[in-house]
Design a protein around this ligand. Structure first.
Ligand code: ATP
Length: 371
């Protein structure tokens, strides 16, 4: 176990920079919100906590911020413990910048005073300069003396980010910061926010329930389920090598086939899928991403499928397929599948296409694995 000092800026431990949560558990009465969660975010890194509603994301963020009293475990900032059972540094002394979904700007203060709020210890000149610098970094310098109610949601969120970053925090914590914005605004604000945070060098922990947003923002994604972290890894591996069926499923609709291992592989209507580590006869769940079904105009292919419907979704097309009775030997569920094809691909209803699997988009898990 690593022993860390309590907060004392003269006694920083240089090999523990950024934010560390160690063995954090938290309950609300009989509800277990967090179960022994450990997570680290290093300076300059952005980690997304991703998971469905109620899995404990906000509770973990609030414990890190000091807004929720710590029950078990510890919170360590730059090598100094700021929370252990029986010891807590108050939120305002943790040097943490907070950004929430509802912006939370003070309505009775103009933009400049909102951003200056956390800079109490500075002399007036340095404070004014820091306010301008923070607002400039989010493209809001022109609104220095505007009142919050005269700003759009996106502008208010930029000011909230400037306010969080103005004191140059070591750690930034953000809870669903873009979910109050409409889809187009969300894309541009999160793009800007990513660059501002990267320039700041802060260790950032951000909560989201949107997998695409996590992929867009994160250097690392920690997928949570029922108070625990199910997988903590770079986005490429969380998406491409999901540790559990739950993680795979969280990134979008999947084709699912229940089958049994035979000869070291999982038989499917599309052919056998490699399944190392499973015993012959074991029940498994084969999960195939819709983009893992490759379609070709070849009715004589080994695996033909009939088109039930095809829809253009914008950047991709969504094809409903039926394999028919004969094609599914060895599998329990083989009637209706979905394929996603990049761009515009709209075969006619009733067309017969050849289907092949992209092995990189196919995952095999035990049949009893929770989803
Ligand atoms: P959401 O995305 O909906 O905000 P979440 O993943 O952030 O969900 P939390 O808000 O951390 O989840 O909640 C985790 C669990 O703790 C849930 O079962 C929730 O109902 C419960 N919970 C959270 N805050 C409280 C509270 N103040 N009192 C009682 N139960 C709470």
């Amino acid at each position: 176990m690593t022993v860390v000092p309590r907060i004392d800026l003269d006694r920083k431990v240089p090999d523990l920079p950024g934010l560390r949560l160690q063995g954090v558990s938290h309950s609300f009465g009989t509800i277990r919100a967090l179960a022994d969660v450990s997570l680290a975010v290093v300076p300059g890194e952005l980690v997304c906590l991703l998971g469905p509603s109620g899995c404990g994301k906000s509770t973990l963020l609030r414990v890190a911020a000091g807004l929720e009293p710590l029950q078990k475990g510890s919170v360590v900032l730059d090598g100094c413990a700021v929370a252990e059972p029986g010891y807590a540094v108050p939120p305002e002394r943790r040097g943490v910048g907070l950004v929430f979904q509802d912006y939370a700007l003070f309505p009775h203060l103009d933009v400049a005073d909102n951003v200056a709020f956390g800079l109490a210890g500075m002399d007036a000149g340095a404070r004014a300069a820091r306010v301008r610098e923070a607002l400039e970094s989010v493209g809001m310098l022109d609104s220095l003396h505007a009142w919050p109610h005269t700003l759009s949601g996106g502008q208010q969120q930029r000011v909230a980010l400037a306010r969080a970053l103005a004191p140059r925090p070591r750690v930034v914590l953000m809870d669903e910061p873009f979910s109050g914005l409409d889809a187009r605004l969300r894309e541009s604000i999160r793009d800007d926010t990513l660059h501002v945070l990267k320039r700041s060098g802060a260790a950032t922990l951000m909560v989201t329930h949107d997998p695409e947003e996590a992929m867009f923002m994160a250097d690392r994604i920690a997928v949570m389920r029922e108070g625990s972290i199910e997988q903590d890894d770079v986005p490429l591996r969380v998406y491409g090598e999901p540790a559990t069926a739950f993680v795979a499923r969280f990134f979008g609709q999947l084709n699912e086939i229940a089958t049994r291992i035979a000869g070291g592989s999982a038989p499917t209507p599309f052919g056998p899928v490699s399944a190392p580590g499973f015993a012959d006869g074991a029940g498994v769940r084969v999960l195939i991403r819709p983009e893992g079904l490759r379609l070709r105009a070849d009715p004589d292919a080994a695996c033909p499928a009939k088109v039930l419907a095809a829809r253009l979704l914008g950047r991709s097309s969504w094809i409903h397929l039926c394999l028919g009775q004969a094609a599914g030997e060895g599998a329990d569920d083989h009637s209706h599948f979905h394929a996603r094809v990049p761009g515009r691909f709209l075969p006619a209803e009733g067309d017969v296409l050849g289907v092949e699997l992209d092995p990189a988009q196919v995952f095999v898990f035990p049949a009893d694995t929770p989803i």
